[in-house]
Design a protein around this ligand. Structure first.
Ligand code: MF3
Ligand code: CO
Length: 256
């Protein structure tokens, strides 16, 4: 069942979304190539979230041990923070969720660490852009498949592949609500979008093959061919007009 949020609920989700966005900005800005460990980012994120009255939503979720996911290079999603030092040339996916007053925000950015290859730069650009192509289609009267198709067509037309095993989701008083939001599919298919629906749209894009596998830590997904992967995510509200992006960061300001 897809929950339509009231104006009061959407206002709470704005607060959660803002905290997620601001925390991600601070986490990205804190990265020192060759020095910062992924656990340092987790510690900072948890501190900032709790300091501002929120709760990290990932910690304890199905036993997940940290407040953020840090997925480096061929890691696709759900990388667990640890002692790994981020090196110049790495790309790191930073996935972060927070609850404030009972409502969730969920967002991901993949950041370059120092100077990265042209291939990595292009992957980041295309993945971010594919998210915005999906968001553009997230309007009342369209369907989930319209979002999915727009993301897929954009990423594949640039020579990349879309991860299929993992999808976006509805979000609200729970982190994962209906509907599922795949990043590939047919236009005109799936649930019809209505004002007040809140979705986490989150394309995962691979340089090589779309297939992924899970490591024995029970969380981390990597690409099967070990080539680079990137992930961007925003929490959005369907309105009567353009979708409102609840987790928009300042650097993306021109988008709204
Ligand atoms: N943004 C991820 C998702 O939507 C976060 C889940 S990580 C977990 O699924 F650790 F919390 F499971
Ligand atoms: Co999500």
């Amino acid at each position: 069942m897809i929950k339509i949020k009231s104006q009061e609920e959407i206002e709470k989700m704005r607060v959660a979304g803002r905290l997620v966005a601001q925390t991600l900005e601070a986490v990205v800005a804190s990265i020192i190539p060759g020095k910062t460990r992924t656990i340092d980012l987790d510690i900072l994120a948890e501190y900032l979230i709790t300091e501002h009255g929120g709760t990290p939503s990932f910690k304890g979720y199905n036993g997940y041990p940290a407040s953020i996911c840090t997925s480096v290079n061929e890691e696709v999603v759900h990388g667990i923070p640890g002692d790994r030092i981020l090196q110049p040339g790495d790309i790191v996916g930073l996935d972060l969720g927070a609850i404030v007053n009972g409502y969730h925000g969920d967002s991901t950015v993949t950041a370059p660490v120092g100077e990265v290859s042209d291939e990595a730069k292009n992957l980041l650009k295309v993945t971010r852009e594919s998210l915005f192509k999906g968001i553009e289609m997230a309007k009342a009267g369209n369907r989930i498949g319209d979002i999915a198709h727009a993301i897929q067509v954009y990423a594949e037309s640039r020579g990349y592949s879309i991860v299929r095993e993992l999808v976006g989701h509805g979000i609200g008083s729970r982190m994962h609500e209906d509907p599922q939001v795949p990043n590939y599919g047919k236009p005109g298919h799936g649930e019809v979008l209505r004002p007040g629906m809140t979705l986490a749209i989150e394309p995962m894009v691979n340089v090589g093959d779309y297939r992924v596998k899970q490591l024995s830590d029970g969380w981390t997904y990597i690409t099967k061919d070990r080539k680079l992967s990137a992930h961007f995510e925003h929490t959005v509200v369907i309105t009567d007009g353009k979708p409102e992006i609840l987790t928009l960061r300042r650097e993306e300001g021109a988008r709204q």
